[in-house]
Design a protein around this ligand. Sequence first.
Ligand code: GLU
Length: 330
Amino acid sequence: MHFSRRFLLTAGCVCGALMTAGCGGQSAGGGVKFVTIGTGSQTGVYYPVGSAMATLINERTQELGLKASVETTGGSVFNINAVLAGDMDFGIAQADREYQALNGKAEWEETGPQPNLRAVCSLYTEMVNIVAADDAGIRTVADLKGKVVSIGNPGSGQRMNAIDVLTAAGLNWETDIRAEEVRAADSAKLLQDGRIDAFFFTVGHPAGTFMEASAGRRKVRFVPITGMDKLIEAQPFYRNVKIPLHLYEAVANDEPDGVPTIGVTTMLVTSAQEDENTVYEFTKTLFEHLDTLRAQHPALSGLDAKEMVSGNSAPLHPGAERYFKEAGLL
Ligand code: GLU
């Protein structure tokens, strides 16, 4: 990614001579512009979703003048900062983090509002999940008191969701639990090894991390997150949802309708600095192949073009807006 971006900045406008980088997607020399998509860990859902998008683009490289690659990253906060810094072209991120970056809240409280953040579209609902070892005796959020709990790595979306949930349940994350800040990709193994009692991971379903966490000898369960009405009122990007248990046969839960928790929307974001044609072609390709995307991952099975155009807190990127208008979606 650094290669392509630097290359674009330093050499991209000498298009005739150095043909592999584009000036705005389709370079005069018939060259190809490389775009990167920031995702999450390989055992999350952002990664397969980003890969499905990249495949759609790469099957049409000639026609679009674009070649896409996915990066595994620390998650939403990392992705937003990477697109803002121009290190990546697109990033998948939670709607709450999009809102907070734009308005200088949470992780952006010190750096301030990030007015260059732009929305492309919304994707699906992901959920704030707590997975606990069955033997740790954790049946409610309040039971996390005194336990070793991974709230998520800095850079992840879940870290602040964990802090919000713990705070709403009356727990101080710094003193009431023994907080670890490990990546979701490492959490399943740490739980199985008895090094942590529980972990938070905000992710769509089904996620590889939970398959892995529930496939070991130590039985695990999802912990319900309830009583969050005040939190939802104060931060309306959260909503009540249920974890579909049929996707995870090996978990110890038995709630017939799924495990209650809270969720947020997953977004595709970019920066105001990103070239309009690139975002236009990228968006158009996704929207013209929603059937293909729906078949790539269960989290994408409900993709609906009209819904995907709403739910953004950042302004739409002009490239996305151009396509949506053309397609009659706006
Ligand atoms: N929501 C998580 C985060 O922002 C990533 C989820 C995933 O990898 O699917 O860090």
